[in-house]
Each structure stands twice: as C-alpha cells, then as structure tokens.
Design a protein around this ligand. Structure first.
Ligand SMILES: [Zn+2]
Length: 217
C-alpha cells in the first residue's frame, strides 16, 4: 500500500450497485469504496485514522461523482486499459494461488513428518507398557498418570472372492436402482422443442462478458 496521500489527478471511477472502485490508472493503485446507508466508506489507513471515517479516496470519489453529468463515455482506449487491469489482476491471482499451493504443500509435508516422528516415539512407550502389562498378568492397571488396559479386538474379515461370497444368498445385499434426472437429455429436449417440462424452470441469463488477454499484454 502506498503511503503517499492520494490526490484527485489520474483517478477513474468504476461503479456498481454495491460500491465503487477508484483506480489510479498511472500507478495501478486500486481502492474499493462501499456504498452504505450513511454514504461511502473506505477501509484504508486514512479512513481508519480519521474520526469521521473520511479519507482522500472518499473525497476524490465524491468529487468525481458530482462531476459525473459531464463525464465522457467510455472510450475504446479506456476499455483497453481496463482489460490490461484485468490482466494484472489475473496475474496477481495466479501468483497468489501458486504461492499458497507451495506454502500449503510445505506445511502439509512438515505436519506429515512431525506426525510420523511423534507416532514412532509414542509406539516405543506403548510397546513397553504392553509388554509390562502382559508380564504382570493383568488386563488393566490404574497408574498415577492414567490407566492402561488391553482391549479385545474385533475379528477382521476380508473378502478374498466376492463372487463366492455373493453366491450364498445369506450374504447378499441388493442395492436398489436409483432413478435420477438425465440433465443432458433434459437440456437437449428443452433446447430442441422449447417445451416447458414439468418440474423444471427455464431462464435465459443476460449475455455474459468474456475476455481473453492478448499474448504479451
Ligand atoms: Zn480510503
């Protein structure tokens, strides 16, 4: 974050219902402003330091909004600049994801190694206690620091030949057939016939903007 107090020059305002994005197209600095019931709010350093919550961003945005009647329409060059800003956001997002991936993988490896080490150490103590309890000829023992006990284990059953097991009707389990909507058939039918199929609702979303950043942009 820049510590230079921003001034009104070089700022552009992008508006949506939820708020405003104030962009300095020279430095690439971006600041989001939220539209609240009491006016604009900002989460920047200056806003948090000011008693009234005001900051240069709010001042600039307010001034730009007031002059909006004379604001020229978006030019092609502006559209291209916006696409470049999107490319910069994409690049940052990709770098963040890669950094998070590397760090997550390091943390997972660390945890795995530490867990294995502690498991191994614990196993030594458990082995010694197990042998001692068996030697005592006891099934359980209360000690100052806790209690140890030998617990009977459930027999483990492994299926080696599934067909042979299923051949015996006593060990059959019939999985009921499931009836699920065939989304692809439904889509194809509706697109072809325009029929309003019972139990469905068809809506046509607004066209969506797609973008592709030019190579080397
Ligand atoms: Zn601010």
């Amino acid at each position: 974050m820049t510590t230079q107090r921003p001034t009104g020059e070089d700022y552009t305002l992008l508006t949506k219902e939820e708020g405003i994005l104030l962009v300095n197209l020279t430095t690439g600095e971006e600041q989001e402003l939220q539209q609240t019931a009491t006016g604009l709010s900002c989460d920047c350093f200056w806003a948090s330091a000011a008693a009234d919550g005001h900051c240069p961003h709010i001042e600039i945005a307010t001034a730009l909004l007031e002059g909006e009647t004379s604001k020229p329409e978006l030019q092609q060059a502006d559209a291209d600049t916006y696409l470049a800003r999107i490319a910069a956001l994409d690049a940052t997002q990709a770098a963040n994801a890669e950094s998070a991936r590397i760090q997550t993988s390091r943390i997972e490896t660390w945890l795995e190694v530490e867990t294995e080490k502690l498991d191994r150490r614990r196993a030594f103590y458990l082995h010694a206690l197990h042998s001692w309890l068996v030697l005592q000829g006891q099934r359980s023992k209360r000690l100052v620091n806790g209690r140890i006990a030998l617990r009977k284990q459930q027999p483990q059953i492994e299926i080696l030949d599934e067909e042979a097991v299923v051949a015996d009707t006593r060990f059959q389990r019939v999985v009921p057939q499931q009836v699920l909507p065939d989304r692809r058939a439904l889509r194809e039918h509706i697109l072809k016939t325009g029929e309003e199929v019972q139990g469905t609702r068809v809506t046509l979303p607004e066209p969506k903007l797609y973008y592709r950043i030019a190579k080397g942009a």
